[in-house]
Design a protein around this ligand. Sequence first.
Ligand SMILES: *[C@@H]1O[C@H](CO)[C@@H](O)[C@H](O)[C@H]1NC(C)=O
Ligand SMILES: *[C@@H]1O[C@H](CO)[C@@H](O)[C@H](O)[C@H]1NC(C)=O
Length: 115
Amino acid sequence: MDKLLLLLLLLLLGVFPAVFFQGVAPATVCMVCSNFKRGHCLRGKSNCTMEQGPGCRTRDFFIFTDRDGWKLNHTELDCSDRCISSHWHYEALKISTFCCKGQDFCNRYQGKGQG
Ligand SMILES: *[C@@H]1O[C@H](CO)[C@@H](O)[C@H](O)[C@H]1NC(C)=O
Ligand SMILES: *[C@@H]1O[C@H](CO)[C@@H](O)[C@H](O)[C@H]1NC(C)=O
């Protein structure tokens, strides 16, 4: 009898956390797009699902030219396990990254590609 109880307890401990975490962190569906402009996907439209982690990613790619200064080249949308909101800058290329979760397709409302 005691052994059976112990087995039951171990089973509960093993199964419960998985159920619990699914409950508190519902998956977020993110938009995937390799060229997002003015709220529309021009190329590579799809979607992906983030079960956990920082979630959906939006990246604005800017290019510097002497004539125009910094100008938005294109916006990419996808999922990333390592999404970190940041502004990265190397020579004539600048990338602004935004992360979001909790609302399906939230990454289409971040960054400059939405406007
Ligand atoms: C995600 O994309 C698939 C096709 O790639 C489509 O069938 C599905 O409806 C999409 N899901 C959502 C929530 O839009
Ligand atoms: C600029 O955007 C075009 C698509 O519009 C893309 O093909 C090109 O690779 C982009 N350049 C950079 C540096 O991201």
